[in-house]
Design a binder for this molecule. Structure first.
Ligand SMILES: [Zn+2]
Length: 227
């Protein structure tokens, strides 16, 4: 892929996307979580033009954008097509996952559909940080499958010791617990990229609001990832 196509991710204001996408992404709307607490959905998204671009763009040395936009068949059909959209806060999640990877010294594997999930996902019953792009479901670290109490609780402690920002779902079979993966999240974090000019959101604009993220590092453009 020519470098110019992937240099600088495009940031879009989801309020300006077409009606179908707005109804799926619901930018700025309030959503209740399972505890009846209300949270405001994100508004600024990276527009990922193609599978090739998702594979080519890395967010950190070891985490590619594609790992966060792999969706399953329960996702809204429109979000199974390209371009795909993912809240800009995913970059901050990737930063923390990179720190976790460096701490454990092992590869970290994100499940398919373990990154972003839209509010229209068929299993979406309440607000979850997955809808903010700030949660990841990990199914394997190194060669350890995260499917028992010992491994889940071990890495839960590692992650929560790493940063107070990280929350890891405890082991268990009930709602709000996990027994076959590690769910880690940063809460309902919204990221407004510096290149964006925040404006009124009530009506879609005739000229869609978007910006290209400025290049910060050369290594964003290509991945040299061993997992
Ligand atoms: Zn999860």
């Amino acid at each position: 892929m020519p470098e110019s196509e992937i240099a600088g991710l495009k940031v879009v204001d989801a309020c300006d996307l077409d009606a179908e996408l707005r109804s799926i992404l619901r930018p700025g709307e309030m959503l209740r979580d399972t505890q009846e607490r209300r949270h405001r959905l994100p508004r600024y998204f990276y527009e990922v033009p193609s599978h090739d671009a998702a594979v080519a763009i890395n967010l950190t040395p070891n985490f590619g954008l594609n790992e966060f936009v792999l969706v399953d068949l329960k996702e809204a059909p429109r979000l199974q097509e390209w371009p795909r959209y993912i809240p800009c806060a995913v970059r901050i999640l990737a930063f923390y996952l990179q720190r976790l990877r460096e701490t454990v010294g092992l590869s970290i594997h994100i499940a398919v559909n373990g990154g972003y999930r839209s509010p229209a996902h068929k299993l979406a019953i309440a607000a979850t940080p997955h809808m903010w792009g700030t949660a990841a479901d990990l199914y394997r670290i190194g060669t350890t499958n995260l499917d028992d109490r010992e491994s889940i609780e071990k890495y839960r402690r590692v992650a929560e010791d790493l940063a107070d920002d990280l929350w890891v779902m405890p082991y268990g079979h009930e709602v709000g617990r996990a027994d076959d993966h590690i769910h880690v999240d940063l809460g309902y974090l919204i990221h407004v990229p510096r290149e964006i000019s925040e404006d009124r959101m009530e009506l879609p604009q005739e000229t869609p609001r978007f910006a290209f993220e400025e290049q910060r590092r050369g290594d964003r453009r290509t991945r040299n990832d061993e997992g």
